[in-house]
Write a protein that binds this ligand. Structure first.
Ligand code: SF4
Length: 419
């Protein structure tokens, strides 16, 4: 990466061509980023302050209090991490091991199953740079990157001219949208928009798998067999195809098996890859260090067995959602996430009854109810480190601004010192 360019941490596309105008303390201009990115780079409207029980506190006292809460809890939970650097995520795992905590990130209720299938080698993936240079057939399935990842189509997947796609989107690429609604991305795909009813993705996957095997497919929701055969024919002719999987598809499947079967069939007759449309800038990073250390991407409990020996447990019962629903946890450290503002009230409510430590650059609904709040520097702006893009490529994050606030990694380091 050229030195004058910075990385936007507004989403997991991690655009690395951002130009910044600043005086070292304040960003006055952001060029090349989308509106979402500009808002992220310009920082919080309402920065978080350091506090204990709602009263202003200094950082040493807040860290000591946080360490005490974690030590005194029988079943602490560490949750969030999708907006933290890899270095902070590794330290969070260390803290979780030390206090025998549950640890989970937001991938456990969104793109986790797709990321897991890729890391386990069950689904073939590719990089966004390969897509830019080689892809001739692109499918956005249950995804609307025109809004969720605004530079996805222009920087990588549809509009750019690549080494092997010199004639660009006009002649060299076919973009297909499969969705329950006519999204802005579907509008761009024009005649290649396939509208399906909610929860019909599994049926379309099965029909498409049949069509790729040369059988006449049938579906119950009114799409003509001819249309499915036409789609299968485009996919068969692809030289380099990529499916970008959004939450619309993930949420409608009870497991990954149909998708794995479709990818296997596609790779018998063609050349296909799959990339998850990860939202938070380093959610994929949260999963990879955990996978490397434990063999699981999320929903882990660093427990002890009856003899007192350390054991690593894993399963749906270790997910943050389940633990909050059942009331199993008695303290929580939430970093870079806002479960009080984003999870259903029936689940998040338990956080009102236990001590919560919140580490974040900005005030959130969770920080307003936390026993301890610790402000951290904004990743990719006020603190550096590394992150993993939605396609699995590691990206270094240079620092743009000086800050008095500790980075998320330094905060975990300080907690580890006190524990
Ligand atoms: S697409 Fe994502 S990473 Fe790129 S500039 Fe916009 S918010 Fe930032």
């Amino acid at each position: 990466m050229n030195e004058k360019y910075y990385v936007c941490t507004g989403c997991a596309l991690l655009c690395d061509d951002i130009e910044i105008e600043c005086d070292g303390y304040r960003i006055s201009g952001v060029n090349s980023a989308c509106r979402k990115g500009v808002a992220r780079m310009k920082g919080c409207q309402d920065p978080l302050a350091c506090s204990i029980s709602g009263q202003k506190a200094d950082i040493d006292a807040a860290i000591k209090e946080a360490a005490e809460i974690l030590t005194n809890a029988d079943n602490p939970l560490i949750f969030g991490l999708g907006n933290s650097t890899i270095e902070a995520q590794k330290k969070a795992i260390e803290v979780a091991r030390r206090v025998h905590a549950y640890i989970d990130d937001t991938s456990s209720f969104c793109q986790g199953p797709v990321i897991e299938a890729i890391l386990n080698g069950q689904i073939r993936s590719c990089t966004l740079d390969e897509v830019r240079h080689q892809a001739d057939v692109i499918i956005y399935w249950g995804a609307d990157p025109a809004n969720s990842h605004p530079r996805h189509l222009s920087k990588y997947s549809y509009f750019p001219r690549g080494k092997e796609r010199q004639r660009g989107w006009e002649e060299d690429r076919t973009a297909i949208a499969i969705d329950v609604r006519h999204s802005d991305t579907a509008e761009i795909c024009k005649d290649h928009f396939y509208q399906i009813p909610p929860q019909a993705d599994r049926e379309l996957i099965d029909a498409l798998t049949s069509a790729l095997s040369g059988k006449v497919p049938k579906v119950s929701f009114g799409m003509e067999s001819k249309k499915i055969l036409e789609l299968a024919s485009i996919l068969k002719k692809a030289q380099f195809g990529t499916i970008f999987v959004g939450l619309g598809l993930v949420y409608s499947l009870s497991d990954m098996e149909p998708l794995i079967k479709l990818m296997d069939k596609l790779n018998e007759v063609s050349n296909f890859h799959l990339v998850p449309m990860v939202g938070q800038y380093n959610m994929r990073g949260a999963d990879q260090p955990m996978f490397n250390e434990t063999g699981y991407i999320n929903r882990v409990h660093f427990d002890t067995d009856p003899t007192g020996a350390d054991v690593t447990r894993h399963g749906p019962e270790c997910s943050a959602v389940e633990l909050l629903r059942s009331g199993e946890v008695d303290a929580a450290l939430v970093i870079g996430s806002d479960p009080m503002g984003s999870l259903p009230r029936s689940i998040a409510e338990h956080l009102l009854h236990i001590p919560v430590i919140n580490i974040d650059p900005c005030k959130t609904q969770t920080s307003r109810n936390a026993a301890v709040t610790i402000p951290c520097a904004l990743g990719g702006v006020e603190s550096g480190g590394s992150a993993i893009r939605m396609d699995g490529v590691q990206v270094e994050l240079p620092v743009i601004l000086k800050s008095d606030r500790l980075s998320d990694m330094e905060i975990f380091d300080r907690i580890l010192e006190v524990l």
